[in-house]
Ligand binder design. Structure first.
Ligand SMILES: [Zn+2]
Length: 324
């Protein structure tokens, strides 16, 4: 282990639709500060960008050394939408109404240290790979089944970005031709059948269940023998089984890590999915299917890891044993 940066810190921040989550973390994974602020995106894109820069600057100021010197050596920020990680530009985010925001340059100007930005799910996949459910694996698929479906295709330890930063749109893979219409314009995308919101929406359309039910409630109804719940759940498992099966046929991964609201259903999701996947993969080895381990912490942890990697610290040195 080199002594370089041994007394330094980095900022890792995750920009979400409702909250900005951030932490200041040392090279051994020690968390110096951990904090959350509201995104308040209704204030408009400019105000959200200003809040991100203010938050990062504030964290850097509060992390100064005993002699008043700067200890923050870099910053990493994970953002939703389409991101060009090479140029550091957040290209588009429908949620935040962003278009071509040069976030890396803005952060570097404000903080006076190098910055990196990353796509939120790809960044979270780095944390799951070094610290979470994909630890020890370099070839895995990371999927989040929440309001939508996010994914990261991780090859050789790095999330694959594609030529335009748009790779990994697993949720828009068609698995049921002629199926439910998707916001993307296609029909029968995985997102329309297996996202947490799709499962709840389909179940409510069939049963008039209350608006505040979750995928866990639908899963409980499956166990209770409710026919509508069983049908919706079965369609979700089928969609995921076919989608993940296609991925396995193409890329032969070691693991598949699943997070988001659907993963909260635990064995109700994983057991039937493992059975289904075995049928969908005719001759390749079937990868391990695992629940994500880091939950909502994966974004800012991944952003901090990206910042350390950008400073030249090796992956093996970032194999943090404990993070809070
Ligand atoms: Zn779609």
């Amino acid at each position: 282990m080199t002594t370089e940066y041994s007394d330094h810190l980095v900022i890792g921040m995750d920009v979400g639709g409702t909250g900005l989550k951030a932490a200041v973390i040392d090279r051994q994974g020690g968390v110096f500060i951990k904090e959350q602020r509201p995104t308040q995106r209704e204030r408009g894109p400019e105000a959200v960008i200003a809040s991100i820069l203010d938050f990062a600057y504030d964290l850097a100021q509060r992390s100064r050394g005993p002699a008043g010197g700067g200890r923050v050596a870099a910053a990493g920020v994970a953002v939703p939408g389409l991101v060009d990680e090479e140029t550091g530009v957040a290209l588009t985010s429908v949620n935040l109404e962003w278009k071509n925001v040069p976030l890396r340059r803005l952060l570097e100007e404000r903080l006076g240290v190098p910055a990196v930005i990353g796509h939120d799910v790809r960044t979270a996949s780095i944390a799951e790979g070094l610290l979470g459910a994909a630890r020890g694996s370099e070839n895995y698929l990371f999927v989040t089944l929440g309001t939508g479906v996010g994914a990261a295709v991780v090859l050789g330890g790095s999330p694959y970005m594609g030529v335009h930063g748009a790779a990994g749109e697993f949720g828009h893979m068609v698995v049921q031709p002629g199926g439910p219409p998707c916001g993307c314009g296609r029909q029968g995308c995985i997102e329309t059948l297996a996202s947490a919101s799709a499962v709840v929406r389909s179940y409510r359309a069939m049963t008039r269940a209350p608006a505040d039910i979750t995928t866990r409630d639908v899963a409980a109804q499956v166990i209770a023998g409710d026919a509508a719940a069983q049908r919706v759940w079965g369609e979700a498992i089928e969609a995921l089984g076919i989608g993940i099966g296609n991925y396995v046929v193409l890329l032969d991964p070691e693991r598949v890590v699943i997070g988001g609201g659907m993963a909260d259903a635990g064995q109700m999701l994983f057991e039937p999915l493992i059975t289904r996947l075995a049928k969908e993969v005719p001759f390749q080895p079937v990868p391990s299917l695992l629940p994500a381990a880091l939950g909502n912490d994966a974004g800012y942890l991944g952003a901090a890891l990206k910042a350390w990697l950008a400073l030249g610290v090796s992956r093996s040195e970032l194999n943090w044993r404990e993070v809070v």
